[in-house]
Design a protein around this ligand. Structure first.
Ligand code: PFF
Length: 452
């Protein structure tokens, strides 16, 4: 066998394409489905405040580190460490990322499948005339079924594989450039509607007035996990995307832009959802059902609500798709570059493997309800362990690698594009990745897990 031909790797075509693809990975169900319910379960405003601090102090530096490692090495997460730190065990960070990618695909694609069911329900008028209790029952009833959620999951997985099959530029980049702006416009319309519901101001108070007594070790761990999950960091996704970024891209600027877009979409989702949560008297602690109950409730009250509902679930599905594509790309890049499979074979094998694990995850509220580990079913286990354990741990190793092990002249070279752009922030960046980020992650992590 001739081995993988690295001169034939894919690449992104333009600055806008890089931003669309990276923001496409970051913005997804994490912002619109996960962020609101995790915020609801962890005290609202106080949680958001902690979240903001974490995005700026830890999220952006970790994202920059990943892009540096990716673009410097031009490899998948395992290959990147193998080439930047030959004969050292750092590549295990990449291996951990690949494992995380499987777990995220398994539960995330299941939720993405739910958006397709909701699209279908919109078309057949399934929400109409239902109050919030009935909508909640509808959601739980659907989740508890075996066949339908699994079928939607399979459809979504195939769509993801189809795009990855199309390649980096034609598949990933082009689809992101169209859908991301549309999602944004639609969210703003929903915010306006939600804010004009009677009693909506309580939602804003919940979101934006922090009650500091609510901040505990667990809150901070959940905020850390949410930030990593939402920004797609800690797992090598941005090493992989970084490896496709052209040499003249300003990596720091890209990281800030992606993080700000991601943050904005999460806050907008909060503003679209919480006023309605309080207006309809739903518990903010409704967990994974939150978005799927509240939004159909708003659509029911809007003139032309079904049109908005259709547009919204379509775009949510597409936001999810630009994220699942990025996760699958991590696995495919790894399999094709490290194990010397053709790209197509890599896609077929990974899709089949995800189909099995994700299928089991999909059944975890139905047929497999009884299967539990540490008191969590398969779905909750993957959701919790990826965001709160694997990704922060991955992030810790990533910054430690760049801060302490990798020669700084290469990092400087990568961030300054060979000395052609100024990097006034550099000292601050190094201090952050050497000391602040690793210490903060370690502390939050141990404290949140009850170890200290
Ligand atoms: N960031 C995505 C979201 O918020 O929906 C999810 C995700 C994508 C997580 C890629 C991790 C990842 F590597």
């Amino acid at each position: 066998m001739g081995g993988f031909d690295f001169t034939k790797r894919g690449s992104f075509g333009s600055r806008l394409g890089v931003l669309a693809a990276a923001a496409g990975s970051a913005v997804g169900l994490g912002n619109i489905w996960r962020f609101p319910y995790v915020t609801g379960e962890n005290g609202g405003g106080a949680f958001i405040l902690v979240y903001l601090v974490i995005v700026f102090a830890i999220g952006i530096p970790v994202m920059m580190s990943e892009l540096v490692i990716g673009r410097r090495s031009r490899r998948n997460p395992v290959g990147a460490f193998r080439i930047l730190a030959p004969n050292k065990p750092w590549y295990w960070v990449g291996v951990m990322g690949i494992a995380g990618a499987f777990m995220i695909m398994a539960f995330y694609t299941v939720v993405a499948g739910w958006t397709l069911e909701y699209l279908y329900q919109t078309v057949i008028g399934g929400f109409q005339g239902r109050d919030s209790d009935a909508l909640k029952q509808m959601f739980e009833g659907f989740r508890g079924e075996s066949l339908r959620p699994a079928l939607w999951f399979a459809v979504f997985l195939l769509a993801t594989s189809g795009i990855v099959w199309g390649g980096v530029r034609k598949g990933i980049e082009n689809s992101s450039k169209i859908m991301m702006p549309l999602l944004f416009i639609l969210l703003i319309i929903l915010c306006i509607k939600s804010l004009t519901l009677p009693g909506s101001s309580k939602g804003l108070v919940f979101l934006f007035s922090p009650d500091f007594s609510k901040i505990t070790g667990t809150t901070v761990l959940m905020a850390l996990g949410q930030a990593f999950f939402s920004l797609s960091i800690g797992m090598g996704t941005l090493i992989t995307y970084g490896s496709y970024i052209p040499k003249d891209n300003n990596l720091a600027l890209t990281s800030v832009q992606v993080s700000m877009v991601d943050l904005l979409v999460a806050i907008l989702a909060g503003v679209a959802i919480f006023p309605a949560v309080f207006a309809f008297d739903i518990s903010p602690k409704s967990g994974e059902a939150l978005t799927f109950v509240v939004l159909p409730g708003i659509f029911n009250q809007m003139t032309g609500g079904m049109i908005f509902s259709f547009a919204f679930f379509t775009l949510l599905a597409i936001a999810a798709l630009t994220s699942t594509v990025s996760v699958l790309e991590v696995i495919v890049a790894y399999l094709s570059e490290q194990l010397d499979l053709s790209r197509r074979m890599a896609i077929i094998i990974s899709t089949a493997a995800i189909f099995i694990v994700g299928g089991a995850t999909s059944l975890s509220s139905g047929m497999f309800k009884g299967i539990k580990l540490f008191g969590l079913n398969i779905f909750d286990l993957f959701n919790f362990t990826t965001a709160n354990i694997l990704l922060p741990l991955g992030g810790l190793f990533l910054v430690a690698f760049l801060g302490w092990f990798f020669p700084q002249k290469h990092t400087k070279d990568e961030l300054s594009n060979g000395g052609t752009i100024s990097i006034g922030y550099y000292r601050f960046f190094i201090i952050t990745i050497k000391f602040i980020a690793p210490a903060a992650i370690a502390l939050v992590f141990l404290n949140g897990l009850g170890i200290i």
